[in-house]
Structures are given as C-alpha cells and as structure tokens.
Design a protein around this ligand. Structure first.
Ligand SMILES: Nc1ncnc2c1ncn2[C@@H]1O[C@H](COP(=O)(O)OP(=O)(O)OP(=O)(O)O)[C@@H](O)[C@H]1O
Ligand SMILES: [Mg+2]
Length: 325
C-alpha cells in the first residue's frame, strides 16, 4: 500500500423512510487510483457519492475522504473534492466560458485567476470553439464535459464522477473516456459510478460491484472475471426456427439467450468433448449453427453470475430473458 487510502467507507447504511437503500457498504479507494462502483439502476451508487460528498447524511457506519469524516468535517471534505453529479446544474443561459468564470469566482479565485483557469479548462475539455455559445445550445457530450470542467476549477485531488457517460452517444463516450484518462494521469483519485461494464473494465484500477445496497464483489476486472472461471461458448443459429429448437436442446451453467440475435451462450466446463457434445446434439436435431465462438468471461458474465441479472440498463436489446425470474 504505497500511497494509503483516499476514501474509506465502512458499514455505510442509509434509509429513505422505511426503505433501506444502503445495507452496510464497505469500500476503499487507494490514493491516485480509480475505483469504479458498478451497478444497475437503483443499486445505491448516487447515494454513496452524495454521502461521500457531504450532500447527504448517513444513518450508520463511517465514511472518510482524505482522512476527513464526512459527518463531522464536511468543510474539510468539500475542500478536497470535485463532484460531477448525475443531475448537475450548469446555467443554461450563460455561455460555457461564463459558467466557468462564475464558478471560479465562487471558488474565490481572483478575476485574473478565474480567467486563466477557465481558459485552461476550455482547452483541456475541447470546448474552445463552443466557449462563447450558451449552454442551452450544447450537445449532451459538450454539457458533460463542461460539467466536469466546472467541478475541476479548484483542482481537487479527489474526484467523484457519477455516471459521466450515461446517455452519451458512442463517440462522445470515447471522448469522455479520454478526458477521464487524462485526469487519472494527473494523479487524481477517482470514484466513478457506472452501469457500463465496459467503462469499468476500460478505466478502473479496481471495481466494486454494487447491487441492492450491498457490495457483492470487489477486485480488478481480471480478478472478477476469474470468479466466473470457465470460458463461455456462444452459438449463433442460422434462423429463428433453428434458435427455437436450439433453445430447448442447449443446456449449461449461466445460460443466456438473445432471441433477436439468435444467440445462446453457456459456460463450458467440459473442454473439447463438452463442445462436441453440444454440437452433435444440435446436428442430430437438424439445427444449423451459423457461427460459434469461445471466449473468456466478460464483466457481463460476472454480473450475471453474481446477481442472476444483467448490469446494464437495456438500451439496445432486451436480452438475458430467462434471468428475469
Ligand atoms: N430522495 C429519495 N427518497 C426516496 N428514495 C430514494 C431517494 N433517492 C434515492 N432513492 C432510492 O434509493 C435507491 C438507490 O438510489 P440511487 O440513486 O443511489 O441509485 P443509483 O445506483 O445511483 O441508480 P441509477 O443508476 O439509476 O442512478 C433507489 O431505489 C432509489 O429509488
Ligand atoms: Mg445514480
């Protein structure tokens, strides 16, 4: 442990009325690293971030940021954090530059200091061309970048990114990832929440999987994938009729079906002979398999393995049907 921990959360509990939304969450984030808090809608991610950033009090357990207790030292905590919220507010009727200047003054920078910081951030977040446009006319990706820029005005060492790319198109998401990687290179400690497995896989040093108010697994992406163990076999059938037949024939651990893509996937444990058995049973039934692939478990497989349901909000296709029990 070369650097020590920037964020420590122990047994954190929070209820809204009678609903307990955090049921004893434990987390640590080592200084200068990124932890991704990965979980589906309603898992409790934003609640954790709001408690850590002193916007919300907790009912039990402890949370500290840079050694400061979030419950009793909120001013100190606020002095070391930058927060970009899921529902962050920028002033829509001001330009990007005006928003940055205004926030700079709120952070008590001098007029010249605020101007200098605004220009640096506009440059860093690729907003120079849009600097004089009112935010109302920004695209979603530009807004997110401005939001992130605003949260970094005071160059905080610890940064909370609450679903920074949810709802962005793929190109804007990649652009945002670049920005986040630069922040990591600059030595910041980052707690990022996401519903996207790939995002956690690509960016984070460690991942904590959260579901229904509990951390259910923690480790590097590779460690989590090893939990699932065996490789996965993915079969794509030639036609819908083939798929319908195959669905009844193919069985195995962690079976997933994707009817629209005519794909069935299972964990394979039997090596080549197991593979042969599956293929010959399909052949005997007259099912034509279009493609076949064997792959290492993905984080998606990990999530399914741990929770029995998928992690990502289904934007593109409603799949993993048989897990919706
Ligand atoms: N102010 C509130 N009052 C009552 N319930 C709330 C409140 N805020 C959040 N909740 C509930 O707490 C649970 C956790 O919410 P939270 O926003 O932390 O989830 P999340 O993991 O951030 O989800 P998402 O991915 O949708 O942002 C949810 O069931 C939510 O409905
Ligand atoms: Mg949230």
């Amino acid at each position: 442990m070369p650097n020590g921990n920037a964020i420590i959360v122990k047994g954190l509990r929070k209820s809204y009325g009678k609903t307990e939304v955090l049921k004893g969450v434990d987390l640590v984030v080592e200084k200068g690293t990124m932890l991704a808090l990965l979980g589906p809608n309603g898992a409790g991610k934003t609640t954790v971030v709001r408690i850590l950033s002193t916007l919300l009090s907790h009912d039990g357990g402890e949370a500290s940021v840079n050694g400061y207790d979030t419950a009793t030292q909120s001013n100190e905590v606020r002095s070391v954090i930058g927060l970009t919220g899921q529902y962050a507010a920028v002033d829509e009727y001001l330009t990007g530059r005006q928003n940055l200047l205004m926030m700079g003054r709120l952070y008590r920078l001098s007029a010249a200091g605020a101007r200098q910081r605004a220009e640096e951030l506009l440059e860093q977040f690729d907003l120079v061309d849009a600097a004089n446009r009112v935010v109302k006319k920004y695209s979603g990706g530009m807004r997110r970048r401005l939001d992130l820029a605003i949260s970094l005005i005071a160059t905080p060492p610890i940064i909370f990114l609450d679903e920074p790319t949810t709802g962005l198109d793929p190109r804007s998401r990649l652009a945002m990832w670049d920005v986040i990687r630069k922040l990591m290179d600059s030595g910041a400690t980052i707690l990022l929440t996401t519903q996207y497995l790939e995002e956690a896989d690509q960016l984070a040093d460690k991942i904590a999987v959260i579901d229904q108010g509990r951390v259910i697994a923690e480790g590097t992406a590779d460690e989590l994938k090893q939990k699932v163990g065996s490789d996965r076999l993915e079969l794509t059938m030639a036609t819908d009729a083939d798929f319908a037949k195959a669905e009844k024939i193919v069985s195995g651990d962690n079976k997933q079906t994707h009817p629209k893509r005519r794909v069935i996937s299972i964990a394979t444990s039997g090596g080549v002979s197991g593979l042969n058995a599956v293929l010959s049973s399909l052949e005997n039934a007259g099912v034509t398999v279009e493609t076949l692939s064997l792959h290492k478990p993905t984080l998606d497989d990990v999530f399914l393995h741990l929770t029995g349901h998928g992690a990502e909000a289904e934007e593109h296709e409603p799949n993993i049907e048989e897990t919706h029990v």
